[in-house]
Unconditional design. Structure first.
Length: 313
């Protein structure tokens, strides 16, 4: 009897378990444990691609919020070194660090010395004028081997006020080398081999072309006539045989010593027809070292505040 009851009880339990429908299984969401997933107004569902994008965004946000103690995923790009600037504030050309390139391939401001807007290229055995920064104001290139001044050696240097090329081998200067410089005030070309002066800009106040080879024809007629601001004119040791006329009223000093000047006209400095004319500015005239007797033309100095220095016998 007992085995029969055991078998019957087992069949009863097995039948009860099979009678429960699987579709009625109750499943709860962990966040919304009081609601069935089917009863949510906006069921949570994930699209495959959207899920991947969102996962990447979440990872990126998480990485960004990590502490600095963790190693970075990629190396930070190094900051570019600042580009050195020239005098004029522009970037250096080519491999030049502080200036344009010379013919030898050296930056001008490394080969020479640049202080502010002044460029010093003295005693560097230069064979030509080096390329200069645009804002150059004063340029010194003394005791070099420069033989020629080309038309564009000083082109576009609108701030240039002084050029000093003392003691080079200059024998040729292009006609337009200087006159296009709008602010040039001082031009020093002494101790060279110049045979002809080029066109000069009207802004010049100081000219020194001493110890050259200008001779009889090296200075054109009326070369200084329109230089209304000219104050100092030095043309010593040039084999001149005349005083270049007319001279501007602004002139204060005229040095012509050690030339071949043999005569002077009465209207060289004064106005013969105007005895009341006084030339007060011209106080320094040097004619010593010339074969001229100043006592032969006494009326030529009547308008001057001082007599010229020279031979009176």
């Amino acid at each position: 009897m007992q085995p029969f009851l055991t078998v019957w009880l087992g069949l009863f339990l097995l039948g009860s378990a099979g009678a429960v429908p699987l579709t009625q299984a109750v499943v709860y969401d962990s966040d919304f444990y009081e609601m069935l997933l089917g009863e949510l107004s906006h069921p949570v569902g994930y699209d495959g691609s959207k899920q991947a994008d969102q996962l990447e965004a979440e990872i990126g946000t998480a990485l960004a919020s990590e502490s600095h103690s963790s190693a970075p995923l990629t190396e930070e790009p190094e900051e570019e070194a600042s580009t050195p600037k020239l005098i004029d504030g522009s970037a250096a050309q080519g491999s030049g660090v502080l200036g344009p390139q010379t013919q030898e391939g050296h930056p001008t401001c490394l080969l020479c010395t640049c202080l502010g807007t002044t460029v010093y290229c003295d005693d560097h055995e230069l064979n030509a004028v080096p390329p200069l920064p645009r804002r150059t104001t004063y340029f010194y290139s003394r005791y070099n081997r420069i033989r020629k001044i080309n038309r564009n050696d000083f082109a576009h240097l609108s701030n240039l006020k002084r050029i000093d090329l003392t003691a080079n081998f200059i024998s040729e200067i292009h006609e337009d080398a200087f006159w296009r410089l709008p602010q040039l005030e001082e031009l020093v070309l002494r101790d060279n081999r110049i045979r002809q002066l080029p066109e000069l800009p009207p802004t010049l106040k100081f000219i020194d072309v001493s110890k050259n080879r200008l001779g009889r024809k090296g200075i054109r007629n009326e070369a200084f006539k329109d230089l209304h601001d000219l104050q100092h004119l030095y043309i010593t040791d040039n084999h001149l045989d005349h005083i270049p006329l007319p001279l501007p009223e602004s002139l204060q000093a005229l040095h012509l010593q050690n030339n071949n000047i043999q005569e002077m006209h009465e209207d060289t400095f004064c106005k013969v027809k105007d005895l009341n004319y006084i030339r007060r500015a011209l106080e320094d005239i040097r004619l010593d070292g010339n074969p001229i007797n100043l006592s032969r033309t006494p009326y030529a100095y009547m308008c001057l505040p001082r007599l010229p220095v020279g031979n009176l016998i």
